[in-house]
Design a protein around this ligand. Sequence first.
Ligand SMILES: *Cc1c(COP(=O)(O)O)cnc(C)c1O
Length: 361
Amino acid sequence: MSDMIPAAKPIVGDEEREAVDRVLRSGMIAGGPEVAAFEEEFSALVDGRHSVALNSGTSALHMAFLAAGIKSGDEVLVPSFTFAATANSVVLAGGTPVFVDIERDFFCMDPEAAEAAITPRTRAIMPVHLYGHPAAMDKYKEIANRHNLMLFEDAAQAHAASLHGVPVGAWGVAGSFSFYPTKNMTSGEGGMVTTPCPNIARRVKLYRNQGMEKRYENEVAGFNTRMTDIHAAIGRVQLTKLAGWTKQRQDNAKFLDDNLKGVVTPPVADGAVHVYHQYTIRVVDQDRDAFAAEIGKRGVGSGVYYPIPNHRLPSYGLTMDLPETELAAQQALSLPVHPSLSQADLEKIVEVVNAVSSAGA
Ligand SMILES: *Cc1c(COP(=O)(O)O)cnc(C)c1O
């Protein structure tokens, strides 16, 4: 349907096209000066932490775990209510994800539930800043200190979000970002590890490049998870636009907050800056999937993230009791909030959602 308001819409303009053309004409296509510049520029977003660019957000998570020494037998606490890459990256590094429930308001991992899940094998905690809302990192920092655990962040959805003035990606030993096309900024595909530790940055660089710092003097068995200069050039342009797009997402969210009725709109924690990767409501009085189908019929796209929590996916197949996770998997519905929405689009979203919610169960 041509007049459907899409749930997500990557924005790519002439500047990105020109940047790619510049790289193609230079003859240097693999990782080089554009990647180095992108890393340097991205560090400004994370209070000057080291940044290392990878070919995806999944690689960023994976290489960060390897670089920090996560290994077989190590348990890493992660939420179950997230994209599969969160837990998969623990497995890829040889560790064991231990799934933790979320808290009701912000859809992020519950710090109390996380602390209760700690065992003698627990090595690390990795909250996810889900939908662009920062997880309770102040509490996680305390828990990590108290139990001598490493603190990681899955910041794939949360570029430029912060809590109490500290940006996501700057709280722990390593943060990981994604530049997949639907994220708040894109490089085509891509990811970034951010870390305060020069040694972890060096080791991420080793793992992304076959284990080599010096050519043919491989130090570890590594991967090819490098970013190309083509992707970095796109990412650099997008980074300059991120602040404006984030403001637009926040303004769009405010309009929806102020005008939606009959659904639970997403609250923001004290001291948190939410960057609204998704604007996720809860549909509580009606069947969520029927609700989504009905607003779709009336021209409003939406997304269900995530209908099957990780612990119940065939890849993990665990039976555990995570009641808030199960509830969110049934109720969460993400409405369009992306920066390309017009005022007319926003008004249509409100009109359609309010009409469908008031039509009732
Ligand atoms: C997108 C995403 C990832 C993975 O990033 P890719 O760039 O797609 O590999 C990891 N975690 C979360 C929470 C994500 O949303």
